[in-house]
Design a protein around this ligand. Structure first.
Ligand SMILES: [Zn+2]
Ligand SMILES: [Zn+2]
Length: 246
């Protein structure tokens, strides 16, 4: 069963991968190579998030003997159940993501999305009972989305959905308050800034994955997961391209 799942996910991933990127040039170093997205050297040199908190995926500076919780998760247990985020938000991942979302250079996001697809596919092959019923892209306030032109979380959710065959929805959760920018705020201020920001428009299915590009303090994920659980969701996880160090 697991073998069949693995084979199926590999075939779907290969199909999606082959249709998404332009061949011939590395999107990070511009070197010519036989392939798509990132050249093998850049792919190997990416900052992968191998050592992390088992619940919020906060990067850890050491390799623990067994899965551990970070201080923040011990002090304030999050409402989300787990996080899959294969990369650290460091060079060149930070540069690729910021050009992807602010300059709409979608080809720069593709190789990172493929890495997330692979991480998620591996996880689901090993833990098929944790397969979500629906993917929810972290919602952006409509005014902000109009200004930016697109919500990168929707772009990522759409490609994940195509790859793993789980539907995605932009209607189940709405962002009703724009709030001020989260950067520069401490934990309490971030949570206060997000109070009442999300409206759940219907009864959510039991298992949900929230999709985002970068997970920073996790304040947005905490508030959104709590809102979904209050509305009836049983398990909420977060899938993001990259995690900041703190
Ligand atoms: Zn390269
Ligand atoms: Zn943690």
């Amino acid at each position: 069963m697991i073998k069949r799942l693995k084979l199926l996910s590999t075939q779907i991933v290969q199909r999606v991968n082959s249709s998404l990127t332009l061949p011939g040039q590395c999107v990070a170093c511009c070197a010519g190579f036989q392939g798509q997205g990132l050249c093998p050297a850049c792919l190997n040199a990416l900052p992968y998030n191998h050592q992390h908190c088992r619940q919020c995926a906060l990067p850890l500076p050491f390799a623990p003997d067994q899965p551990v919780l970070c201080g923040e998760c011990l002090k304030h247990p999050p409402s989300f159940d787990r996080v899959i985020t294969p990369l650290r938000y460091q060079f060149p991942v930070n540069r690729l993501i910021s050009r992807y979302k602010y300059n709409h250079q979608r080809s720069l996001g593709r190789p990172l999305i493929r890495i997330l697809v692979n991480a998620v596919s591996t996880h689901l092959a090993c833990a098929p009972t944790q397969r979500p019923d629906i993917l929810i892209p972290s919602p952006m306030h409509p005014a902000k989305q109009r200004k930016r032109g697109f919500n990168q979380a929707e772009d990522i959710a759409e490609l994940l959905s195509l790859s793993i065959g789980v539907p995605w929805s932009v209607t189940l959760v709405k962002r009703q308050r724009a709030g001020t920018a989260q950067s520069g705020l401490n934990r309490q201020q971030r949570l206060a800034n997000l109070k009442g920001a999300f409206v759940i428009t219907g009864r959510p299915p039991p298992r949900i994955a929230i999709i985002d590009d970068v997970m920073t303090t996790g304040a947005t994920a905490r508030v959104l997961a709590q809102a979904l659980k209050t509305a009836g969701a049983k398990e909420v996880e977060v899938w993001a391209l990259a995690r900041t160090p703190g």
